[in-house]
Design a protein around this ligand. Structure first.
Ligand SMILES: [Zn+2]
Length: 459
């Protein structure tokens, strides 16, 4: 059967390919779910089976944004413990989080996904690590929400088995057993992970953090992931308190601890990596371990500033993350391009040379694809890659007087999304989702947030 083609033309294009190729006015031809061609000027004449032609005058087209770290369930616990550092914030929220159930997880996933997708995210991930006993099929609910919305998705199946009685941070009732966590993770991978080129759903193995997971769960989790051929994700080097915790319990810093448990490698990506010394960064570069940089969350929890320019210089793959919305209430990724650039310039070592607009856009697109292990499939606009891209409207009051569209996108206000495509299908039009009812999601998430608050209060 002949491919159905969509032609987008008369737009500025930032391809984010290896040479940062850009076109002041160019075209993209989509054939089924892949990009067939990208170039300057008008689309080639004589294309067959063109089902749609979009005049994108006034727009910048970029690869879809890729989010590399999130906790969807936190959508229904936003705005709490707003003046806390990480450990105090976790201790304040664990008892509430431990009461979530399947309808709450579904609604929260819909809220988190919708907020990102309407702002240009085409690939999302959820690091979910709270599985209360008898709470239902949380992984299935989350994956179903992403599938319904049409967003490409990685579920990082998290786990916690080190509670207060073992020197960990979570309360005893909020954790799984070692064997239970490993078995459930293996089952989730077998049931949902798709290894194909155009996969919409992938699963990673993702014990939560050094202070909520046993050494054995890290070690056996790594073995499990490698035996199943899936990626590995966790939190690392987020705060000075975590560093102190690792030295006290394990006699070494977080990066050395991760290395000793099999957690450095090109199949691993780690959230935050704020407190890294030169040898930690060198270890990440040597092993090609990826980083999910979460600038807003790091600022919200007063965690510090990750050394992103040094990581990039050393060759560490770096993507961007919203992080859970209990520590980044906006839940948007496009604003993280700007925040990554601004926050890294506050690092006294780097100042104005820290990051530029093109590097920030690369972090949010190709960098994210790299850390999710999908750089050959998504993250740049190149012939043969999957058709995941965004039409940013740059001719309104917010941006029209800025000559360079990439500068306008990164330094300016959040740009309107005229259209967003995932796997060749349009999911957003004029900042509204086409696949789901946003107003219904707003109502559901409010109701589930209120229900959770009531249950947590013992009402
Ligand atoms: Zn996180």
């Amino acid at each position: 059967m002949a491919a159905s083609r969509i032609v987008i033309e008369n737009c500025a294009i930032a391809t984010v390919d290896a040479n940062d190729t850009e076109y002041a006015s160019g075209y993209i031809v989509v054939a089924d779910n892949k990009i067939e061609s990208v170039g300057a000027g008008k689309a080639p004449e004589g294309l067959e089976n063109v089902v749609r032609r979009i005049d994108a005058t006034g727009h910048l087209v970029t690869p879809g944004l890729v989010n590399t770290h999130h906790h969807f369930y936190q959508w229904i616990t936003r705005g709490l413990a707003t003046d806390h550092n990480l450990f105090n914030w976790l201790v304040a929220l664990y008892p509430t989080w431990a009461r979530i159930d399947e309808p709450m997880a579904r609604a929260a996933a819909q809220g988190s996904l919708a907020m990102m997708a309407r702002g240009g995210v085409t690939t999302a991930m959820d690091h979910h690590y709270v599985f209360p006993q008898g709470s239902g099929d949380l992984s299935g609910a989350i994956i179903g929400a992403a599938r319904d919305m049409g967003v490409r998705f990685t579920l990082a199946r998290g786990s916690m088995d080190r509670s207060e009685k073992d020197g960990g941070l979570p309360p005893d009732f909020a954790v799984e057993t070692l064997d239970g966590a490993l078995a459930a993770t293996a089952e989730t991978v077998k049931k949902h992970h798709d290894a194909s080129f155009d996969a919409m759903t992938q699963v990673a193995v993702a014990p939560c953090s050094p202070f909520s997971v046993s050494t054995e769960l890290l070690k056996q989790g790594a073995e499990l992931a490698r035996s199943l051929g899936v990626r590995m994700h966790t939190h690392g080097s987020e705060t000075v308190e975590e560093e102190k915790f690792c030295h006290e319990l394990f006699g070494m810093g977080p990066t050395d601890y991760f290395e000793s448990t099999g957690w450095l490698g090109e199949d691993v990506w780690m959230a935050h990596c704020v407190h890294m010394n030169d040898s930690d960064i060198a270890a990440f570069a040597r092993t090609k371990t990826g980083v999910a940089h979460c600038p807003s969350s790091n600022a919200r929890l007063a965690a510090g500033i990750a050394r992103v320019p040094d990581m990039l210089k050393a060759g560490v793959p770096v993507g961007l993350g919203v992080d859970g919305t209990a520590s980044n209430e906006s839940g948007e990724l496009h604003t993280e391009l700007r925040n990554a650039l601004l926050i890294n310039r506050l690092n006294a070592e780097h100042r104005e040379a820290a990051l530029n607009a093109r590097q920030a856009l690369r972090l949010g697109t190709f960098g994210g694809a790299q850390v999710l292990g999908r750089a050959s499939q998504i993250g740049s606009l190149e012939a043969g890659k999957l058709a995941d891209f965004v039409l940013w409207k740059m001719d309104t009051l917010a941006h029209s007087s800025i000559a360079d569209p990439v500068t306008a996108l990164v330094f300016g206000a959040a740009a309107p999304v005229s259209a967003s495509f995932v796997n060749g299908k349009q999911i957003v039009e004029n900042n509204r989702l086409l696949t789901v009812d946003e107003d219904a999601i707003a109502r559901d998430t409010r109701a589930e947030a209120q229900r959770l608050a009531r249950i947590a209060a013992g009402a």
